[in-house]
Design a protein around this ligand. Structure first.
Ligand SMILES: C[S@@+](CC[C@H](N)C(=O)[O-])C[C@H]1O[C@@H](n2cnc3c(N)ncnc32)[C@H](O)[C@@H]1O
Length: 396
């Protein structure tokens, strides 16, 4: 887990009240009502919560879609669009004033190390982004959620609107200490750095909540996989996750599943009630499934020489590059001697010998050098992993 160094000034920890049920309706003054869904306007509710008490905010605010009349398909059938009263604002100015109010309220409850995620579409995300910068939040990334199954553009007058944008922002410029589980994200992405474009289907099938008549319970229910990616990348088990526009309760449910605390705020009492039922029906994952992957920096240091000392590599063994063209001999002291040009005769560490073999300034010898095993050529990093797991078992 990569945690940027802690900010110098961190306020005394606020009081936290853990509640077993999500049915507790109101916050006590100065106490964070953990694992609770509050029914009310988010700006008012946020003002009652303790300052600097929340690790991560996920906000899915009204998009202000500005739909003009009914949306119809070419065959005149009606499109189930978001035309709800909560998504409607008189003007862009009114939307901006609302955005400013909730962003300020969110910033007050965020810890200095906390981060904010906001999701939106082209209708609102630029206004939100510019307001974030005006209010001195610090944008860390914008993430494009590419929808694998977007709604088509029925009239064929524009491109298919196939993505939404997430902005990830720190509470202030130069923020330090925010959580970014870099290694876990990389490991989840086939050991390649996670990129800022994420592919997920929109919420459908069994995950989509239905009302008593079998209609969509909420028009903009987000996919759990999207929220899980956010919480897994930017929070830790036990952290407090707040969603000021909870809707059907996706964030609270995913937070409970991933063993994060949650605080949800929803203005519509029916949605708030449905969200509570959803959370009550959610089972947290076992602790063992949530232990974060250690970062390369957190893993214990292992010198190549200790592999030789432990008998995992015998002096005299020939190591090669991945294509078995470059060769180096392992010496008794754990250094390598290059057997091929360029760099023939160079003696040095696995990193120095690897760099010389490529005529490069630097090299990660652990991934460059390979050893022949019964299962074929393997990077010597696989032997380091063996030593690390032995060290971890010895420490238990
Ligand atoms: C875009 S939806 C969120 C959907 C949610 N992410 C989900 O997965 O179900 C926005 C929600 O915010 C609620 N809302 C709108 N204005 C609000 C306000 N001022 N305070 C609290 N909730 C509000 C709406 O009722 C709606 O349910």
């Amino acid at each position: 887990m990569k945690v940027v160094p802690k900010a110098e000034a961190v306020e005394a920890a606020p009081r936290l009240a853990s509640r077993s049920s999500s049915r507790v309706a109101r916050a006590d003054a100065g106490t964070l009502p953990l694992d609770t869904i509050l029914n009310g306007d988010c700006v008012a509710e946020l003002s009652r919560l303790p300052a600097r008490s929340v690790d991560l905010v996920f906000a899915d605010p009204p998009y202000n879609l500005q739909l003009q009349g009914e949306l119809k398909r070419p065959d005149e059938s009606r499109v189930d669009a978001v035309d709800d009263e909560w998504d409607q604002f008189e003007s862009f100015q009114a939307y901006d004033a609302f955005t400013r109010a909730w962003l300020l309220a969110v910033r007050r409850v965020l810890k200095p190390t906390g981060t904010l995620w906001v999701i939106g579409s082209y209708h609102n995300i630029f206004r939100v982004g510019s307001m974030l910068q005006d209010l001195d939040f610090w944008i860390l990334n914008d993430i494009v959620w590419r929808k694998s199954n977007p709604m088509p553009n029925f009239r064929g007058r524009r491109f298919t609107n196939a993505h939404e944008t997430l902005i990830w922002a720190a509470r202030e410029p130069n923020a330090r200490g925010y959580t970014f589980n870099y290694e876990a994200m990389k490991a989840a992405n086939e050991d390649v750095q996670m990129r800022s474009d994420w592919l997920f289907p929109i919420c459908s099938g069994g995950e989509r909540l239905k009302d008593a008549e079998g209609n969509k319970l909420h028009p903009t229910q987000k996919p759990e996989a999207l929220i899980a990616r956010i919480l897994l990348s930017a929070s830790k088990p036990g952290d407090v996750v707040l969603d000021p526009f909870l809707g059907s309760g996706t964030t609270a449910s995913v937070a409970k599943k991933l063993r994060r605390h949650f605080v949800g705020i929803e203005r519509d009492p029916a949605y708030a009630e449905a969200a509570r039922a959803r959370v009550d029906a959610t089972t947290p994952l076992p602790d063992a499934a949530l232990v974060p992957a250690p970062s390369a920096r957190e893993a214990p240091r292992v010198a190549f020489a200790s592999l030789v000392e432990r008998g995992l590599v015998t002096p005299g063994t020939l190591l090669t590059d991945a294509r078995a063209q470059v060769k180096a001999m392992v010496r008794a002291d754990g250094t390598l001697s290059l057997e091929t040009a360029p760099g023939l005769g160079t003696v040095g560490s696995i990193h120095r010998a690897g760099a010389a073999a490529q005529g490069a300034g630097a090299c990660n010898g652990w991934t460059y050098w390979h050893i022949e095993t019964s299962e074929g050529l393997k990077p010597i990093d696989s032997l380091r992993a063996v030593v690390r797991s032995e060290m971890a078992m010895a420490a238990e």
